[in-house]
Structures are given as C-alpha cells and as structure tokens.
Design a protein around this ligand. Structure first.
Ligand code: 5RP
Length: 231
C-alpha cells in the first residue's frame, strides 16, 4: 500500500472523532483505519472524554485495552450511539463490502445496533459497483461448508475458503470465511437476501442501506458524504 494511503486512512479516522460525544457508547470497528481511530481516541479518553467502546473483534478489544479505552463485554447489553468502522468497498449509494479482516458478523451486529453508523475509508475504496475489485466475504458454519459452497456457487459466484498460513481462517465466532469471486453485484440487497436464505450462511459482508455517514480521506482533503435519502 502506498504511504499516501495510510495518511488518507488516518485523516478519515481523525475526522470521525467529531462524531463521538461525551457519554457515548461507541462501536469500534476492525482494521487498519480503525487502528488510527483508536490511537486518536485514546488521548481524548485520557483527557477526560467519557466513552464506553464495544469492540467488533478480539483484535480491536486487545488494542483498546492496551490504549486504556474502556470497553464493554460481548455479553453486556449495549445501546450503541455511534459505530465507526472501515470498509473494503463503497458504492455510490454508500452500500458496502466488509469483512476483509474477517470480522463482518460482529461488525454487522454492532452497526445494526448503532443509532449512527460512520464509515471511514481512503478514496481507493470508492467503486461504481460492489464486488468488481474485492471478493465478497461470507461467514459460514464449518459444518457442511463444502455443501454451502455448492449452494452459493449456484448464484453464479466462485467461492474459496479463506486460509491463513495454510490452514482454514477461523473467525472470532469459530466460523469460516468464504470469499466470493464473480460479476459485479448489480443488486446488493437481493444478493444479501439470497445468501441469507442458504442454510450454513451465517452472514454476508454486504452492508446495504446501513451507512449514516461516510468519511473519505482524499489527497485534496477529507470529504463527508451522507446517503441521498438521509440528506
Ligand atoms: C474487517 C473490515 C475492515 O473494516 C475492512 O477490511 C477495511 O480494513 P482497512 O481499514 O484495514 O482497510 O471489514 O472485517
């Protein structure tokens, strides 16, 4: 990744601090852009900002703890004021592909729980159609996963099980990730429903109609977008 890209991620992450207010419960996403958010948030917390974080992954929980950002536990009842997370692709309607880091299930549960869902990206994540450049991650049960692959492939996508160091990648929820390769996703909402309808699919990385605010780091500066229906 180009060094400029890291600066764009950092700029978007730092801008998103404006969405966090004293007393908030804050969904903390996963990934390199969110790491910049945690690094920027930690000094504010040390200065007295009172927040409680809800981490979307064990990785984020660990980093938040190391930075002394208070976090709620997985089994607490949360009422999230704002969730802030990265994305792998963003289309013009602000629909997303997420799950590059394998945390899509917890990310979606927390985004759906949040009053505001703020997405922070560099401008390289903006696409005209989802699924062209980045394969769509889908979280599935290990039980019967080859049958789940077959059912998914009937939708016209090639599904490969994600691996790490030659072994199956296992999510924080003890599931597998399938990465779907295929045509551009013409109708994200329909595909999300078709995937949900397959037994064995736990959740897809399609986040349709969930984004409240998109913050994009660009070489010209940070740009804030809201979906047309919410302007
Ligand atoms: C993790 C995600 C991340 O938000 C997504 O992969 C973007 O990551 P990064 O900020 O490192 O580009 O969905 O499951």
């Amino acid at each position: 990744m180009k060094p400029e890209t890291w600066n764009l991620k950092k700029a978007a992450a730092e801008k998103s601090l404006e969405c966090i207010h004293d007393g908030n419960t804050v969904g903390l996403g996963t990934g390199s852009t969110v790491r910049y958010l945690l690094e920027a948030l930690a000094p504010r917390v040390q200065e007295g900002l009172r927040i409680q974080g809800v981490p979307t992954s064990q990785e984020t929980a660990l980093m938040a703890s190391q930075l002394h950002i208070p976090i709620l536990q997985d089994e607490d009842y949360w009422s999230v004021d704002v969730a802030i997370d990265g994305a792998d692709e963003v289309d013009p309607q602000l629909n997303l592909i997420k799950g590059g880091g394998g945390a899509l299930l917890r990310e979606k549960i927390i985004a759906a729980n949040a009053k505001q869902f703020v997405v922070i990206v560099d401008d390289g994540k903006l696409v005209s159609s989802l699924g062209v450049a980045f394969p769509l991650p889908v979280e599935v049960t290990p039980f019967g996963w080859p049958s789940t692959v077959r059912a998914i492939e009937q939708l016209g996508y090639r599904a490969t099980r994600r691996e790490r160091n030659g072994q199956a990648f296992v999510t924080d929820n003890q599931h597998y990730i399938l990465d779907l390769h295929g045509p551009a996703i013409a109708n994200p909402s329909r595909l999300a429903q078709q995937l949900h309808d397959i037994p064995g699919v736990v959740e897809s990385g399609l986040f349709v109609g969930m984004t409240s605010t998109l913050i994009v780091g660009t070489p010209q500066g940070v740009v804030v977008h809201r979906p047309p229906s919410r302007v």
